[in-house]
Design a protein around this ligand. Structure first.
Ligand SMILES: C[S@@+](CC[C@H](N)C(=O)[O-])C[C@H]1O[C@@H](n2cnc3c(N)ncnc32)[C@H](O)[C@@H]1O
Length: 279
């Protein structure tokens, strides 16, 4: 555990519903129920379960999402993926902003989040693209159960869910009509498994982390199919590991996509591939 004091604060805040400063000046003693709950959560954390699963929720951009071991814990670098996807959406002419609750929201553009996990990317995109219909897909029915709960809980009424392997989860009539495809696929190689902390490899879904022998299998599969699923001029935005930057650009160019380039994260490491369907 890297910061036990702040993790203990998170747990106290979660159980009490108070921010820590307010807790310090709170005069009333804790109830027995609250004390039991705190102890139960601390015990789970002490077994090595990630704090996010212990709390049962985690934030992603302005969203509070349910998370449990059926889904990957949304990461801060994926917030950058969403930012870059929104910049691309604006360049594609999509309106950015929140939907007017009194007006009919448009469904002018189809946007897809492949491998949605908790639904983080799909819901974040729906929030910021008032004229888009967003598809959230995953091969894991367990993950989709969590995504569905988050879609309902956040009121993301323009998010549709599809189960299946990458683009196979989508209705065939969407083929050739997708304006924006966004994905944070598994991109860790089998031989890199030992570099992961036990908290990650023992608790997060294996299929959300590990792609195969090279780590590039999922990205390659998505890129290969994207040319026929993207609309002419449509854009794909994919998160990858920093050391995969050159390889993902080469893969994108080999599939016939154009303008392939990678964007850095906040620490300057190349993390996000963007490429365009020229046809
Ligand atoms: C790295 S996680 C990303 C989860 C979420 N999008 C996020 O960013 O927090 C990858 C997701 O891809 C899903 N996945 C793995 N293989 C897949 C496949 N062949 N087809 C569709 N989804 C797949 C996993 O179940 C997992 O939810």
């Amino acid at each position: 555990m890297e910061s036990p004091a702040s993790e203990a604060r998170w747990i106290l805040e979660s159980v009490s519903g108070l921010v820590f400063d307010a807790l310090l000046i709170e005069e009333a003693p804790a109830t027995i129920r609250a004390e039991r709950k705190v102890n139960a959560l601390l015990e789970r954390r002490l077994t090595g379960e990630p704090l996010q699963y212990v709390l049962g929720e985690w934030s992603f951009r302005d969203l509070d999402l349910l998370v449990d071991p059926r889904v990957l814990i949304p990461r801060p670098e994926t917030e950058i993926l969403v930012e870059i996807a929104l910049l691309e959406a604006a360049l594609l002419g999509m309106r950015i902003g929140s939907a007017d609750p009194w007006a009919d929201s448009g469904r002018d553009h189809v946007v897809v989040d492949l491998g949605t996990g908790s639904g983080a990317i799909a819901i974040a995109l729906e929030r910021s693209l008032p004229d888009a219909q967003v598809w959230a897909t995953d091969v894991s029915s367990d993950a989709l159960a969590v995504a569905r709960a988050n879609i309902a809980g956040t009121g993301a009424t323009r998010v549709m869910v599809g189960e299946g392997a990458w683009f196979d989860a989508l209705p065939l009539q969407l083929k050739g009509n997708l304006m924006l495809v966004v994905s944070n696929p598994p991109y860790i190689a089998e031989h890199e498994e030992s570099d992961l902390s036990t908290e990650v490899i023992d608790w997060e879904p294996y299929g959300a982390l590990i792609s195969g022998p090279t780590g590039l299998e999922a990205i390659e599969e998505i890129l290969m199919a994207s040319v026929e699923w993207l609309a002419p001029g449509g854009v794909i935005v994919i998160e990858h590991a920093p050391h995969q930057a050159e390889a993902v650009v080469t893969l994108a160019e080999a599939t016939g996509l154009k303008d392939a380039r990678v964007h850095p994260d906040l620490t300057g490491r190349p993390r996000v591939l963007v490429a365009r369907n020229p046809h």
